[in-house]
Design a protein. Sequence first.
Lengths: 595, 595
Amino acid sequence: MSDFKTPLRDMQFVLHEMLNAEQVLSALPSMEAVDAAIIDQVLDESGKFMGSVLAPLNAVGDEQGCTLNDDRSVTTPDGFADAYRQFVEAGWSSLSADPAFGGQGLPACVQIPVNEMMFACNQAWGMFVGLSQGAYKCLHTFGTPEQKQTYLTKLGAGEWTGTMCLTEPQAGTDLGLLRSKAEPQGDGAYRLTGQKIFISAGEHDLADNIVHLVLARLPDAPAGTRGISLFVVPKFLPDENGEAGERNAIYCSGLEEKMGIHGSPTCQISLEGATGWLVGEPNKGLPAMFVMMNEARLGVGLEAQGLSVGAYQKAVAYAKDRIQGKSPVVPRDKDRPADPIIQHPDVRRMLLTQKAYIEGQRAMAYWTALLVDEAEHHPDAEHRKQAHALVELLTPVVKAFLTDNALICTNLAIQCLGGYGYIREYGVEQYFRDARIKPIYEGTNGIQAMDLLGRKVLMDGGERLQLLSRHIEQDIAAASQTHPDKARAVGELLEQTGEFTRWIGGQVQDSPAEAPAAAVDYLRAMAHLIVSSLWLRAAHIATTRLEAGDDRAFYQSKLDTADFYFARLLPEAHYHLQAGRAGAASLMSLAEEAF
Amino acid sequence: MSDFKTPLRDMQFVLHEMLNAEQVLSALPSMEAVDAAIIDQVLDESGKFMGSVLAPLNAVGDEQGCTLNDDRSVTTPDGFADAYRQFVEAGWSSLSADPAFGGQGLPACVQIPVNEMMFACNQAWGMFVGLSQGAYKCLHTFGTPEQKQTYLTKLGAGEWTGTMCLTEPQAGTDLGLLRSKAEPQGDGAYRLTGQKIFISAGEHDLADNIVHLVLARLPDAPAGTRGISLFVVPKFLPDENGEAGERNAIYCSGLEEKMGIHGSPTCQISLEGATGWLVGEPNKGLPAMFVMMNEARLGVGLEAQGLSVGAYQKAVAYAKDRIQGKSPVVPRDKDRPADPIIQHPDVRRMLLTQKAYIEGQRAMAYWTALLVDEAEHHPDAEHRKQAHALVELLTPVVKAFLTDNALICTNLAIQCLGGYGYIREYGVEQYFRDARIKPIYEGTNGIQAMDLLGRKVLMDGGERLQLLSRHIEQDIAAASQTHPDKARAVGELLEQTGEFTRWIGGQVQDSPAEAPAAAVDYLRAMAHLIVSSLWLRAAHIATTRLEAGDDRAFYQSKLDTADFYFARLLPEAHYHLQAGRAGAASLMSLAEEAF
């Protein structure tokens, strides 16, 4: 059986105590009934499901991988299809789907924690679900009423799954270079030809049909990114009853062998005159895809968060169990030749790094999800607009910070296990291999950083950043008595990040290389700014509750973890502010031949 | 064929221009004939051999792995045994072996660059050789004359290979817990029983015999680390002619499945009443093993360096070839929709990080190797002693910094390739998987850090650190006119590291947890101090040569890379000085149950 532990108390702390989710949701007409009790029940039940059904298949999926058969079908690892059937039957696939199409209509701030646990238990398996959620979102936003009726019902019910078919061999980060073609057939349909690569869940045996969302060019399309359109291309064409009918000419022509996520088929997809239908307007496919990708990027952050959580739980269990070496803080005892390694300072440093990142990131990610709910459902247009602006700002930070830190965290989890961390048997090295793709897909973290600095900060003259700053200033003000040192640290970083922003804003007109040269360091500093303000809030709440005499052990643990974060992780932000200000010349001077 | 490029010019720069190896070696009686021409020839020839014979087997070894057969023999991947035969026939196994036992007697400062290239081309294969070098060193230092005659000749000739059998399931970092037993047989031999794990090259088909060096307890041995003795336990007992004779009762009982280094068999070794002989004194096995381990730790640093080099070369080739996105520094051109990604600032940041670490680390590692040569062969006892003291100080830094940075560098190499970095076909992800074991074995990097701070810095009252500081001050003084800003940065870091050392020195008497709590951050700051002083030296030399009009492109590239290092990597040291001073309380406060 699985040893996954639902981090329920920590999730409750973020949703109920830090974010007041119940109160925020009560202002959203379609979600006013979602109270704390409902949230807790969903989290508890889903954690049990993920732990008991998905976690036991994690190593199986890694070992067996997926198989491409002669008929170009793909077989998933043993148990994957059955687990999917159970998942759908239990109603987990429709959790946040639109009630207008049979969904349960729960908010993103509940879906996101559920996803976190799903990805903690089985990353590769969870990706099937994650991609369906992305396709759902895209069709929900841009589909015609008919397309919505046809596809959303099936996707929400989990009967069909979805994909995003973007990348081609010559077009990865630069989608402007893509070549797949769509020719109008006169009947409203299009005939699609081309080659796609790196298509997760592109072919499998979990569901009756696969709804591919495909980027391609119309015959008269302009070159570059302004000539890309979005199409829905189902594996089986829907028949008159909306069921999977005739096989469409879209096939899996190969599976990639890769470092991890072996249970997730990474497909080469061949469009061999497949029938598809336009989604949204002609030549506006890329902006449409980006709307969906924003959601997907938040999702990838949570995938990575799940891996950090899963690896951390295993590292903690090992560190409490493994007896090795004498701790410097435990009195010597001749009868006890060694202590559990969790009593060694450096093992604690490694575990606390994971714990402090995981909990701080959780607050940032759930906050973003709650803002997604407000941006979509708040009755006040200005409120929606501000929430949306914050989501835009936070999304690249969540994606890049959580995925980079998943490598840091899973790496430290391995290190806690020593040699046992490197071998298959203990199951920790898989998290590290699964995590390595996360800083790459849905836009590399370098792209996230340029999106943040260029599009989300500089392009609107700092408006979004002002919004964020006001939230941070509230946390600083609230904790100025309870945690003056921490409040000062956050304030200083806010000030310095602002200075950095103004400095870079002054550079970019004359020197277009300066923003991309500074972006990655800028994002990391910004992430620490946000996370430090949330740890400050957590510490303030914990102090307040301790004064009231509540749940001492829990709130003391929040204070101790906040202390660790401020003492040992936050100072990294200042390194990145310094490195980021080094300027583009330090990158561009070296002659190309000298590399 | 391989696309490995011997970094000959960079190696020459370090050995001849930064370290004056020829001049240093000319003072060592046994090595006075080793001039620059000989060094260059060995490096050039060995690079060709490694690139043409070993590199093509790298992916093969990863894919096939090793097989344990029913008779407990182990089959290595296709081509491994043949490559070993060629390696031995070409004389590479005896390069630095003692001429008294048939070796070529070349210095460590030549062996180390040869190893770097071997590990760049094929990590798993190289480990067979690396372990033999370690066993050679141990027997050379502690063996009886008879043992030396029997084993060193065979090991040096490459006819036999070696292992280090330390770890047991319950005894990893804490070797004091080991249980294997050695009972005297009355004839000078011992009968060994027990279980060892994680024994690299513990069984294979490359050579006629395997010389196991085994830690075990004598019947009357005290508990803990003071009751451990070292034994030589050959797979085949040497017959009267010194050839492999009767099969000894030491067997491979299992192979670990692991994340990487698949071509290297990681064996469970079963001692089933095997015959062995004591090496060195009874109950002094651990100190003996540590002498050998110091060399091995330097070796592991170079293994990691090789991985960084190999991955970097592949990332550079890809970045020059891959066309994607428009560079902000290249004039727009309608006919060219995108530029090679090496023209993008953030890709350059990733490549320069690898390049600056690789070249700075190379200087540190080769310097350490040259000090090993001086420590062993210099005619003046005081000179030998000082060189040895510096080797002791530098070794844990080389091991930890080069292995941690191999993860940073191979990770960035993957990121340069985007999605292609994650799949097998492009061969970069293997470096990352192979690299992950390096921060663990031969003492985890946490152990290296405690060794540095506790044993090598604090225990001698800072004497070794004073020696190092004098070297660094010379570099600062030499470059104070040519590179005043860089010289000042190194000086400040030297000052602050000294302060940190004095601060921690004042803590440890009363608070034994403070040193282990600060050690990892201390080591990283110390590594930057050393590497920054070497980059300062490199920049000074480059400026001097440029003024003389020499080889402009090469020396300019050294200046540009030094600029990058000082602007973007060195500031990290100050983060670690700050984090390291946070104190043990930030690690030890959290209740164990709260993890």
